[in-house]
Design a binder for this molecule. Structure first.
Ligand SMILES: *Cc1c(COP(=O)(O)O)cnc(C)c1O
Length: 375
């Protein structure tokens, strides 16, 4: 039996660097609540993302939930069904109604050409996702939001390090959210951040993170506890020193994959050349493939099973669609989302992390190629 290959493997800084970073905590006894490492991490991130306004959180989900509250949204929010549970949960937890718009078959992001038909007098925002780190059509989304007076929020959980025309993508929209979960390209064990364009949101974004406490004798909001602690901030700060190197290694992994399975009939991968033409610098967060069984002769689930037999653990990410979750299926029974449904039934994300070796990539690709031959 050959070694296991997992779908992801968290990056870690050199052990000694992390220990050095947290040493001072044993003297200061400052473990959480805006500590010195937190402040240092915040400053480093602002520089890296070239942004003015940034707040840190305990995780990406709370960052998103609090963002929707800070924007004081009402009614309906147009969003994508092809995402992680968090995106929709944040809308629903805020008492808002998610209105699902289909996605595009080329990059899996929300289909900007199908949004306007979904806008009603109750619509207050668009919550779009840069899924797999693939950028939404930012220009068109901004245009629609301006025309209809809607707020624009990006769930950029997958897109840390992505740039458009040499600009980090953090500054697009009213608010962008990043997740620093251990499985993401950049992480602080658990953590998240929001970047926002208008200072007027700052007060709520801060207060809602700490029980709505504004001063020792002043509680102004019904808030959460969503603060990032010093140990998480230290991990983030150390990891940030390696992010560019990490993304370079991921690029190598993708190039190896592409060499082997770029031109297989019925297996669609991200169009990296097209993205370069559009001025996008990728972060290579995921390596999704979409399997058209009418051309390959095998289904996504068959490939998934074959990988499993060889101790290779891939993920059906995102399957099922949000609208098919047990908690949502009765609410969203009759919504027609043909592209999202088609992709969700056929997508598989392959193992993807900076240290994935060439020999492991060969092992993975050979399984696909062998199955292809025998189908
Ligand atoms: C990871 C993720 C989140 C939530 O982030 P956490 O830090 O895990 O809370 C939200 N949206 C998407 C698309 C994600 O992948």
């Amino acid at each position: 039996m050959s070694d296991k290959i997992l779908v992801t493997r968290s990056s870690l800084p050199p052990f000694d660097e992390y220990v050095e970073k947290i040493k001072g905590i044993w003297d200061s006894r400052w473990l959480t609540n805006n500590g010195p490492i937190y402040t240092e991490f915040e400053d480093k991130l602002k520089k890296y993302l070239q942004c003015q306004n940034l707040e840190l959180y305990v995780n990406g989900h709370m960052a998103l939930d609090i963002s929707l509250k800070a924007l004081e949204l009402k009614g309906e929010v147009i969003t994508t069904p092809f995402t992680f549970a968090s995106t929709t949960h944040a809308i629903v937890m805020n008492g808002l109604i998610p209105v699902f718009c289909d996605i595009k078959p080329d990059d899996y992001t929300i289909d900007e050409n199908k949004i306007e038909e979904l806008i009603t007098d109750k619509t207050s925002a668009i919550l779009a996702v840069h899924v797999y780190g693939q950028l939404c059509n930012i220009t068109k989304l901004k245009e629609i939001c301006r025309k209809h007076n809607l707020k624009l929020i990006f769930d950029a959980a997958h897109a840390f390090g992505v740039e458009l025309d040499r600009q980090p993508i953090a500054n697009f929209g009213d608010i962008s959210m990043f997740s620093f979960h251990a499985t993401k390209v950049f992480h602080s064990i658990e953590g998240g951040a929001v970047i926002f364009n208008d200072k007027k949101y700052e007060r709520k974004l801060k207060n809602l993170r700490n029980f709505g406490i504004e001063g020792p004798e002043s509680v102004v909001e019904v808030g959460f506890n969503a603060k990032m602690n010093e140990f998480a901030a230290a991990m983030g700060s150390c990891n940030l020193d390696y992010i560019d190197e990490n993304i370079k290694k991921r690029k190598n992994v993708v190039e190896q994959y592409c060499k082997k399975i770029n031109n297989i009939d019925g297996i669609k991968i991200i169009d990296y050349d097209e993205n370069i033409k559009k001025g996008i610098k990728e972060n290579y967060a995921y390596f999704p493939i979409v399997i058209d069984e009418t051309k390959t002769g095998f289904t996504r689930d068959e490939l998934f099973g074959e990988f499993e037999k060889h101790s290779i653990y891939t993920r059906k990410y995102f399957y099922p669609l949000i609208t098919e979750f047990e908690c949502y299926e009765e609410k969203f029974e009759n919504i027609d989302l043909p592209v999202a449904k088609w992709v969700s039934d056929r997508v598989l994300t392959l193992p993807m992390y900076s240290e994935l070796s060439n020999s492991d990539i060969s092992r993975i690709c050979d399984i696909i190629l062998n199955l292809y031959k025998h189908s």
